[in-house]
Design a protein. Sequence first.
Length: 119
Amino acid sequence: VQLQASGGGLVQAGGSLKLSCAASGSIFRINAMGWYRQAPGKQRELVARVTSGGSIISADSVKGRFTISRDNAKNAVYLQMDSLKPEDTAVYYCNANIESAYVTSKEYWGQGTQVTVSS
């Protein structure tokens, strides 16, 4: 099982970016999917997470600006980021809890995609 993330880049403050992440491999079921981020010198933190049933949790710092969504048919999760701020600059990681043919349940991580917001 692999997670492939894309969509990062450089944007000015107030701009928008959309991150995408798709899971592939021997997948039986995908439970929660989400996005985390890690800024230089800081710990990795949850940005937003969505369950298979559509329940969403998100960090207070991104509420009203970031929107998480998923497409179960494509095994994909997205993060629409609007009104970006310089403090959103970080490496963003896709995460998913996946049941495969060989593993009952495991957390998988994507490779990380850099988001840089200039002031």
